[in-house]
Design a protein around this ligand. Structure first.
Ligand code: 5AD
Ligand code: SF4
Length: 440
């Protein structure tokens, strides 16, 4: 029991990948991962603070298991809420013993030693580390698709966003270490790689090679054994045409770009300190719409930013009409500590934010139904990711990042089909996925 741990992860893919690194590090240190809080001695929550709701989740969990702390369980809060709230977490949840932000994970083994020694309050909150958390012990959750962090932190200062405070300034990894990790992954059977960073487009190789993001993307796409390369997240300000050219010329690079716009109103974009106008964003969209390969475009939208008028909101709706995104994530603006937008006047009432969110989501749903219906009859290559036993369906993902549920009449058993690339004839399209059957 003493050497067991449980970990629950909230938030984005950066956090999911951080957890893979934390798990790998803990296993290397001789700990055993268990599936329930009950079975664990150490309970880790890797937390997200992007919106208030995400932050509340961890405090709800801590509250729920409060009594267990008395029975010798050790609670650790790591990730973005840890970085943001720091030692205040000990006041809110006195049964927590470890609070550490992502920039301190390289020191995790030492922090664990302190916990082992019976230390009741251990913190790792420094943000001035030059090191990325680049560990050889990463325990990857998915056997076919692997994440590689290429850049940590964020140097932008969007007025609504807490990330620069929770993840610190930008630090890029050397291109040599990224390429080596990519080769190691394909050698051990991975065929899909997802390059990760808060803003991958501002990647700058710190070594003499000096690669920019487009070059790195292109080179990762040439590693032997690679079938698919994805990347997230992009910032429109740093998204340049050579990225589209790379996708256009290398079929191993997935034809999907997630390019968060946040708002269709240049006035709101200025208040958000996004550093681009609607027209500049549309120029980037036109590069993709004019590419030889059809590139799926997805986005993030915030409604109800302080001072957003009905007219501003309608500009977001007209942007959705104009672009016809393949999918979006949409959110109500949420006030975050330390951010510039907190000080702005004209905060929008909650009911109005809810109304605007519903309108955005209904509009986008109609767009997706149209887009997905237009794919009926097409044959798509999918990577087989899972099996829906109850429905008798396989679950795959297309290069354009659509989920395609399909039937397969062949003799393959689950183990043989998972991770494979098969061609599927699309027979139906819903708002969020496609359905079809394999072609022989
Ligand atoms: N309120 C609402 N949504 C936010 N996001 C980031 N900060 C906030 C906030 N304070 C959204 C943005 C970002 C996505 C990851 O989360 O749309 O692109
Ligand atoms: Fe990811 Fe940002 Fe949430 Fe941190 S705050 S987990 S970086 S989305």
């Amino acid at each position: 029991m003493e050497k067991t741990f449980y970990i629950e992860t909230f938030g984005c893919q950066m956090n999911a990948h951080d957890s893979e690194k934390v798990v790998g590090t803990l296993l290397h240190e001789g700990y055993t991962q268990v599936e329930t809080v009950e079975a664990a001695h150490y309970v880790f929550y890797n937390t997200c603070s992007i919106r208030d709701k995400a932050e509340q989740k961890v405090f709800n969990r801590l509250q729920h298991f409060k009594r267990d702390a008395g029975k010798g369980k050790v609670f650790a809060v790591i990730g973005c809420v840890a970085q943001q709230e720091g030692e205040k977490i000990f006041d809110r949840a006195p049964h927590v013993s470890l609070v550490a932000g992502s920039a301190s994970y390289t020191k995790l083994p030492q922090m664990l030693v302190q916990l082992e020694a019976g230390n009741k309050r251990v913190t790792g909150l420094s943000l001035d580390t030059d090191e990325a958390f680049d560990t050889p012990f990463t325990r990857r959750d998915n056997p076919h698709r692997a994440y590689i962090t290429i850049i940590e932190g964020c140097d932008k200062s969007c007025s609504y966003c807490v990330v620069p405070f929770t993840r610190g300034p930008e630090r890029s990894r050397t291109s040599a270490s990224v390429m080596e990790e990519a080769r190691r992954l394909t050698d051990s059977g991975y065929s899909e790689i997802q390059l990760l960073g808060q803003n991958v487009n501002s990647y700058r190789d710190p070594s003499a090679a000096g690669w920019d993001f487009a070059t790195l993307l292109d080179r990762v796409g040439t590693v032997g054994g690679i079938r698919r390369v994805r990347f997230t997240t992009s910032h429109p300000r740093d998204f340049v045409k050579p990225i589209v050219d790379a996708i256009d010329s290398n079929p191993n690079l997935c034809n999907h770009v997630h390019l968060p716009v946040q708002s269709g109103s240049s006035r709101v974009l200025e208040g958000m300190q996004r550093l681009y106008t609607r027209d500049q964003y549309m120029e980037r969209i036109s590069w993709m719409k004019n590419a030889r390969r059809p590139i799926a475009i997805t986005s993030d939208i915030i409604v109800g930013f302080p001072g957003e008028t009905e007219k501003d909101f309608e500009e977001t709706l007209s942007l959705l009409d104009e672009i016809q995104y393949d999918s979006i994530f949409s959110f109500k603006y949420s006030q975050r500590p330390d951010t510039a937008a907190l000080q702005m006047s004209d905060h929008i009432p909650e009911e109005e934010k809810t109304r605007r969110l519903t309108i955005v989501q209904e509009k986008q749903r109609a767009i997706q139904i149209r887009q997905n219906s237009a794919l009926i009859g097409a044959v798509e290559e999918v990577n087989v990711e899972g099996r829906h036993e109850a429905l008798g369906l396989w679950v795959g993902r297309t290069s354009r990042n659509r989920t395609l549920n399909f039937t397969h009449a062949g003799p393959e058993t689950g183990a043989e089909l998972l991770g494979k690339y098969v061609h599927v004839h699309v027979t139906r399209g819903g708002p969020n996925s496609l359905a079809g059957e394999t072609v022989n």
